[in-house]
Write a protein that binds this ligand. Sequence first.
Ligand SMILES: [Zn+2]
Length: 147
Amino acid sequence: MPIVLPGRARADYDLARAYLTRDRTESRLFARFESSPRTFHLTTNNRGDDHFDPASNTIAWDPYSALRTTRGGTQSPALGLGHEIAHAIESPAREAALSNHFRAGYDNAEEARVIRGYERQAARTLGEGVRYDHRGSLYRVHTPVSR
Ligand SMILES: [Zn+2]
């Protein structure tokens, strides 16, 4: 597996993965992520900071930060990991091009692609809140699959 992550993050990653891959689309996403020729790094934090840095192929993830959508639904930290993995597995050139393309409500076309694609599909399968924008408010939970 070309994913470098600190030992303490492993259990959180495994729990999120087991949960998300109940959705077939997420299952394919994780398969692509874990078999990619690129080496990805996963770092965890407790600041609610989820993002993917294409310059270093690094995903930052807070395994205990859930999200309340602007429509009042909730999303688990696990879904946030799936969101960042969807950014990570995109080709760097396309990810960069889409990120530079403004999209109303979603900040940019790359966020729209991920939110309207993988994230929405998984949210529906798993019964989580669906987003129609790139917004929401964060709150703390006890496990990566809580909300
Ligand atoms: Zn994103």
